[in-house]
Design a protein around this ligand. Structure first.
Ligand code: NDP
Length: 244
């Protein structure tokens, strides 16, 4: 642990791949203590074991962010193990892009459930805890899709605009909390695997040519966490240099 970094208790949703996994690696190696969650516990175990063998403190728990009670149990487990929660990273997300006319209504529902409800359940699970503590940090992962809309992205972007609104409303209402909304540009991850529309999947291939490594977002998140307590980096956009 660097002398300038204060060790924190951090819980991360969607930690089994991509940005979540990379963020866990960066934060654990900086000396923070983590509780990580996702549905694929086999992947969480491999990550926790690997980091544990390096001397890092990482615990894992199965988590489905669409289940309110599950998200509460996740936060409660952190309190039981560590006594406090300094930071939650609401990162879990899915992106089954498609044109509106394909009427993939079940996928619209799934995006709303994971990308909006999941974030709200994360906020609800930690807010009373952080209010009691008198401090805390909530980091929500939106997207550049939370700043502008592209064809096939209407519903996905709507969920990410929602994350932006939730983050800023929360920030304004809570002087005791640091709240950050992160807007990543295209990043290498498993996110495009959720696309079932063949034209949308093909279009993603073009974007992926300039994709950032997930560590780029992980480093930005670590920067936000490691700022002094009176500094709230409320919004941060990280995109490939070559992006439009
Ligand atoms: P990945 O698909 O690699 O990771 C998504 C993570 O979310 C996985 O760990 C997955 O775990 C988890 N997840 C999905 N559904 C649930 C659920 N119901 N409950 C709990 N966890 C869930 O994609 P990324 O790393 O790219 O995505 C992370 C975030 O970054 C998302 O919010 C995404 O929208 C955002 N983002 C990504 C960009 C990119 O280009 N990659 C750009 C902008 C934003 P499991 O399946 O094991 O549950």
């Amino acid at each position: 642990m660097s002398k300038t970094i204060q060790s924190k208790i951090i819980i991360v949703t969607g930690a089994s791949s991509g940005i979540g996994e990379a963020t866990v690696r960066v934060l654990a190696r900086q000396g923070h203590t983590l509780l990580i969650g996702a549905r694929r516990t086999d992947k969480l175990k491999v990550l926790a074991d690997e980091l544990g063998s390096e001397g890092c403190k990482v615990e894992y728990r199965p988590l489905d962010v669409t289940q309110k009670d599950d998200v509460q149990a996740f936060a409660d487990f952190a309190i039981h193990q560590f006594g406090r929660i300094d930071v939650i990273i609401n990162n879990a997300g899915i992106m089954p892009l498609s044109p509106m006319a394909s009427l993939k209504v079940d996928e619209w529902d799934a995006m709303i459930d994971v990308n909006i409800r999941g974030v709200l359940y994360g906020v609800a699970a930690v807010l009373p805890i952080m209010q009691k503590q008198g401090n805390g940090q909530i980091i929500n992962i939106s997207s550049i899709g939370g700043l502008y809309v592209i064809p096939t992205g209407a519903v996905y972007c709507a969920t990410k605009y929602a994350v932006r609104a939730i983050s800023d409303g929360l920030r304004q209402e809570h002087k005791e909390l640091r709240v950050t909304c992160v807007y990543p540009g295209v990043v290498e991850s498993e996110l495009a695997n959720t696309i079932t529309d063949s034209a949308a999947a093909e279009a993603m291939e073009g974007y992926r040519n300039i994709a950032l490594k997930p560590e780029a977002i992980a480093n930005a998140i670590a920067h936000v966490i490691n700022q002094p307590e009176d500094v709230d980096t409320s919004e941060i956009v990280v995109r490939p240099t070559a992006a439009l």
